[in-house]
Each structure stands twice: as structure tokens, then as C-alpha cells.
Design a protein around this ligand. Sequence first.
Ligand code: TRP
Length: 456
Amino acid sequence: MHTRVLTGITTTGTPHLGNYVGAIRPAILASKDPNVDAFYFMADYHALIKSDDAARVEASRLQITATWLAGGLDPGTATFYRQSDIPEVPELMWLLTCVTAKGLLNRAHAYKAAVDRNVETHEDPDAGVTAGLYMYPVLMAADILAFNANKVPVGRDQIQHIEMARDIAQRFNHTYGREFFVMPEAHIEEQVATLPGLDGRKMSKSYDNTIPLFEGGPKVLRDTIMKIVTDSRAPGEPKDTNDSALFTIFKAFASPTETAAFADALRGGIGWGEAKQVLFERLEAEIAPMRERYDALMARPDDMEDILHAGAAKARATAGPLLETLREAVGLRGYRPLVKVADIPSAPAAKAKPPRFASFRDDDGSFRFRLFGTDGEELLLSASFADPKAAGILRQKLSTMGGASAAIESHDDHVALRVDGEIVAKGLPYPDEVARAAAVLRLRSALDALAAAQEA
Ligand code: TRP
């Protein structure tokens, strides 16, 4: 039984250690479980509720995308996308809005806190409160219900939103008389300690006490670690590990053995300055390789765009059919119920150029071909064949196989296609893992397009 695990991160900030340890790292780990079907996304529509700074939202969604990938999320296994690339989400939000009690939304913590602040300062209760903030829980319910997620890993502050999503789902099911939606469960990572920030309170952008994960490089990481607040015990005096933010952060990155050794050093009187250096070095060992991938990704946003494009297509393959059912259920039905879809002549769509083959003779007289993608990009170069018929047979095979079942492998720095046990074609070299993932996705979708054209 597959469990669909879904979570999103609002794209208003730069990822910090707390985001990584509390949300991203455990989610990536969960995505590697073969029984988990992971849906992870950038909640960029939610970002607009919190920020009208377009440049900040733009930077944040890039940074958060790169952080997931640098942290090891495999976009081939997980479904990884931007919320705003899924039109079914706002569409579902409206269907849900129309069954959601206004009173339910009046009770939402974030909205209530804003109103309370206004009342305290003798403002109009709704001063500065947008309808976006008010509707936040319905948008979040749509995020979850559009994919019928079973498990939603979130922080404690989000539990109420998951309960509201259940409430809204139940209301919809009841109103329209069918179990359209499964009930999502909030999942709190109990064993993942909330990471303290510089001042010992929970690490959070709103407390301005965060340690950035990648941005700023090792220098900013070290400088920020040096600002962690400690007590005034001098070198030589034993230190208490119990309420030391420094120790708790160390523990979140180190093995139990390393942690025990660090605790001994602190009890043995190591100075705070030296302890901070130890912490920096331990973190840097963990973070440096990921930061290298992060920097490479940030330098090539095109690759991320490709990955998210493919992710959105995968996500919409789930949400699209559900929305069709829901539209039908609420009465938004076609006017031609008796006409079979197949009878309606389809409008000639303005299509992208389909993938195509180009055959040629090599210098040595052998026969080969290339496969180009929709945008003219070279995807594959075939092996050489002495017999043109053999090349033709292979071309025919590639035209019908479809992307899903194609055996695509990595060989050194390029992808290779295996057919009947043999490598029959290879792609252009790629610089790293992410570009590889993007190349595989483009190749699969080209094979899909060829197969679809054959069927038509
Ligand atoms: N509201 C969440 C937060 O701020 C982010 C989020 C948006 C989310 N949609 C979601 C989380 C759906 C889980 C599921 O943390």
C-alpha cells in the first residue's frame, strides 16, 4: 500500500538550518521509502499572502527549489513542483470555498492573531487583513485534497490547517454524496527536535535568529555560528549541555558517538569560542558537498525549470482527472452529455514541433540517426549499423516504445538507452546529476510524444 505524503514550503525566505533539519531532510528521507509516494512543492501562491515583494518571492522559490535538489531529492521518484504551475489547485480552492463555513475561517489562528493585534491597538479589526490571509486554509486544503494526500508532514503551527482540510473535505463529501476525498492526517516528526536559533528560541525567520543553510557560503555560516548566545562560563569551567543551543544544533548533524564526545568536551570545560569552531567544522563537513550542488543549480535555473515542468505534468496527471470528476459532481457539466468525446472533432491545436529523427551516413559508411526533441535539442545519437534496415527497425522501436518503460541508464556523463539488452543510443554529455535528471525527463517525454503520434 502506497502512502501519499505531501508537503509544501512557502516561498518567502532563504532556507535556514531549521528548515533543513525540521522539514526538508526528513521529507527527503521519507521520499526514499519505496512505500511512499511523495508530493513536494513550492507553496508560491501562499507566498503572495505573506509578501508583496516580487523579487523576494522570485529569489526564494529558486533557492527553495535548489535546496530540495541539493539535499538529494530525486525528482524522478518524487513529484516535485511549484503550486502555481497547477491550475487545478486554485480551481479546487473555489469548489471548496463554496462549501466552507465562514465561521470556520474566522477561527483560523493566523487570521485571529491579526485581528487580535488590531483590537489591542484600537485599530479596525480587519485593518491590513487581506482576503488572501482569510482564505489561506482553503488554499492549503486544495493543495492537499487535489492529490488526495494521506499524510501531511508539517510543523505544530500547521495542525489546525490540516484539521480544517479534513473538515472541508468532509463537508464536500457530504454535500455531494460521495467519498471524493480521503481524510488527510497531519504528521509531526516527533523525533526531529525543533532546532534552536541563535538566541535559543525556535529557529525562525520571524525571530531573526536563523543560521542560513547555503547562502553566503562557509564565511556567513561561521560568522553566524559565532553569534550563538551562550552563558558566561569561562574556558575551563564545565558547560551545561542541557540548555545549550550550540550543543542541540551539533547533535542535529552529528552521530551519537560524535555527540557524546562533544558533550564530554563541554563538561570538561572547552571554551565557548572553541566549541563554536568545532560546531562550524562539523556543520561545514555536512553542508559543503550539498552547497556545491546548490551553487551549481543556482547557476543554471533552466535545468530547474525543466525539472519543475516535468514535475507539474506529473502532478497534473493526478489532479486533472480528479477535478473532472468534481466539476461533474457539482453540476459544471458539458452541454453534450450524449455525444461521445470521440465524436467531437478536435480543434487543430497549435502544436509544438514533434520530436523527430534525422538519419545520416557516417564517415565510415555506416548508418545512424539522431533523435531531436520538440525544441530541436539533440536527445540521442544511435549506434552505427552496417545495414540501413537495422537502423530503420530500431527507429521504429523507439517510435512506439513510449517513455515510461524505456530503459534509460547513466553511463559516465551521458544517458544511454538500452533495447533488448543492448545499448543502442546515447545522449549528449551532461555536467551533473540534476542535468542528468532533466535529460532523462526530456527523453521520456519525447518518446511519449512519438508513441502518441503513432497511435493517432
Ligand atoms: N502553510 C504551510 C507553511 O507555512 C505551507 C503549505 C502550503 C503546506 N500548503 C501546504 C504544507 C500543504 C503542507 C501541505 O508551513
